[in-house]
Design a protein around this ligand. Structure first.
Ligand SMILES: Cc1ncc(COP(=O)(O)O)c(C=O)c1O
Length: 391
């Protein structure tokens, strides 16, 4: 009987996606903290700041009002309108609020987009290095992630040429792009994004543009794929610029041809997105000044790292264009970034994420440092890393 129970409750093959190693680093850091060690956290990609004050105030008010039942599946109308109004302000383009879908973070947006646009077995190009859930969600849904290796020659982005080369090998159905990117922090220029979209659309390939780090740019402004074509699926989130990771709220801008499919899927998966999070998100648009101040803090942190890390010995990293990540080449010290990160944590007390999480091919030579913490933490990290590498 026990044997039978075991076999029917076995995990499916599709659930066998790799774990996120950053969680292992976090757990190791927590163990050291429990022993009384002070650890500088640069491993997790989230803002140190909490949700905007306007969001907290709106939720406090709403709590007294209830009931907070389900909402429309696509999101409450005032929030969809505020999101649509953000586009003329940010990119000088109009987006119809009807095309906006509120989601449970961009993570849910990816599931909805992949399910609405792709069939099992479809091949979808993803950049490497890149955010691991792109490929893991695709494989869990039965699609085939096609890892496209990028390097400095193309500012760490997939180009139209690279996409078409893969497409000629075996046809692709989609491509996922993210700019600013995680883990590299690099950005695509507007020309590079436009060229990729044009090539993809000519070949009938659906573009999914992850714009979660928009707003957090230092080298040049990010362009939305929505400004370049009405066809891409845009994924965005309140997690990063808006500092609302735990509220689990994001949005999509969906081409009209996919809108009803996305709605049907979300009706069945989630019914609707948490009501209080939608209220908080709507009010977040009243806090853009506050959010800009937080962004200036990241800019300051970025400067501390750009000045300090080369002196500390970490002098090779990718262009630090946007988001809050610095992707450092550690091959001079080790060709095992997991072991390098483990030793840096234990010996220097600085937690960072091994590149192997993001790049199964070359990630063993890279480390991702998140600079969304405090200024003091950044200064301390530089000092500790310097003393460790020189010691
Ligand atoms: C590139 C990228 N996309 C999407 C996500 C998912 O974010 P969320 O589901 O919180 O919106 C993250 C989170 O770190 C990310 O780095």
């Amino acid at each position: 009987m026990l044997e039978r129970t075991k076999s029917v409750t076995q995990a499916s093959a599709r659930s066998g996606v790799p774990p996120f190693m950053v969680m292992d680093v976090m757990a190791a850091a927590a163990r050291l903290e429990a022993q009384g060690r002070r650890i500088v956290h640069m491993e997790v990609g989230q803002p140190a700041a909490g949700a905007p004050t306007s969001s907290i105030a709106a939720v406090r008010d709403a709590l007294g009002e209830g009931p907070h039942g389900y909402t429309e599946t696509l999101g409450i109308a005032p929030l969809r309108r505020r999101i649509a109004q953000y586009y003329p302000r940010s990119y000088d383009i109009d987006v119809d609020a009807e095309r906006v879908v509120v989601t449970t973070g961009s993570s849910a947006g990816f599931m909805l987009a992949f399910l609405a646009a792709f069939e099992p077995g479809d091949r979808v190009a993803v950049p490497v290095p890149g955010y691991p859930p792109y490929r893991h969600i695709l494989s869990a849904l039965g699609c085939e992630p096609v890892l496209v290796e990028t390097d400095a020659a193309t500012r760490w982005a997939i180009t139209g040429e690279m996409l078409l080369a893969q497409h000629r090998t075996r046809p692709l159905k989609g491509v996922v792009v993210g700019s600013p990117a995680n883990p590299t922090g690099t950005m695509m220029t507007q020309e590079a994004l436009a060229e990729l979209i044009a090539c993809a659309e000519d070949a009938g390939i659906v573009v999914i543009s992850d714009e979660i780090y928009h707003g957090l740019t230092y080298a040049f402004a990010a362009q939305s794929a929505a400004a370049l074509s009405p066809k891409p699926i845009i994924i965005n989130s309140f997690s990063k610029y808006f500092c609302m990771t735990g509220w689990r709220i994001g949005w999509m801008v969906v081409p009209p041809s996919l809108l009803r499919a996305v709605e049907r899927l979300q009706q069945n998966f989630a019914i609707s997105v948490p009501t209080l999070s939608q209220i908080a998100a709507e009010a977040a648009f009243d806090a853009l000044d506050e959010l800009e101040t937080i962004k200036h803090g990241y800019e300051e942190n970025r400067r501390i790292l750009l000045d300090g890390l080369p002196r500390a010995g970490l002098d090779s990293f990718l262009p630090v264009d946007g988001a809050f990540y610095l992707y450092a080449d550690t091959s001079r010290f080790s060709n095992d970034s997991f072991d390098f990160a483990r030793r840096m944590l234990e010996q220097a007390g600085v937690a960072a994420t091994p590149g192997i999480d993001f790049d199964p091919i070359h990630g063993k030579n890279f480390l991702r440092l998140c600079y969304a913490g405090s200024r003091e933490d950044m200064r301390e990290a530089v000092e500790r890393i310097g003393a460790w590498l020189k010691g």
